[in-house]
Design a binder for this molecule. Sequence first.
Ligand SMILES: Nc1ncnc2c1ncn2[C@@H]1O[C@H](COP(=O)(O)OP(=O)(O)O)[C@@H](O)[C@H]1O
Ligand SMILES: [Mg+2]
Length: 207
Amino acid sequence: MKGTLITFEGSEGCGKSTQIELVCRYLRKKNKPILFVREPGGVKISEKVRNVLLDIRNAKMGSECETLLYMAARAQLVKEVIAPALKKGKIVLCDRFLDSTIAYQGYGNGVDIKAIERIGRFATQDIRPKMTFFFDIDAKKGLSRIQGRKKDRIERRTISYHNRVRQGYIQIARREPGRVKLINADQPKEEIFNIVKGHIDRLLKLR
Ligand SMILES: Nc1ncnc2c1ncn2[C@@H]1O[C@H](COP(=O)(O)OP(=O)(O)O)[C@@H](O)[C@H]1O
Ligand SMILES: [Mg+2]
């Protein structure tokens, strides 16, 4: 694949959307061909699956079903949008990707991580991010940033759940330090962006 997939990870309120927006603006200014997508969702079918996943009425949903629905949404997004864009040589910026399922369903809910990785390869056509930003923040602090928002089914889970997710992300970053950049998200947006920009410049050879 000619293009570059860059993903943004971390718990709710860590600043993914904020940083993606800044990166988009930066790369547009440099006339780079970019595409921004979010997970779960991004295309019609996956947005429908998203609604099922985040609906607080689906309290009965088991962790296996939850895992497979995230994968289903991802598979459709990859097939319809991500894979074609990468073939065309675009820079694809994705708000969440397979690491989210490993962190939330694997580390957070105890789903077998090897199984998630196996199904993940199937769902993503084995497309992997060239670089992943993990914005690390204390679970409580992250959630307090989004206090005003209406909480979805996942965001409503306990603090100890969100702490397990955070520890999961830390493990992922430890295992793959080349790909996953762990950034302290408890600092001003501008400083975080400077770090992000440095990595992107190096990856895309912009400097
Ligand atoms: N570095 C930061 N310091 C303080 N507040 C931030 C920072 N980055 C983002 N925010 C604010 O926190 C909230 C959540 O940020 P957002 O980018 O939406 O996070 P996410 O997409 O990861 O849920 C927003 O109101 C945003 O303006
Ligand atoms: Mg967001």
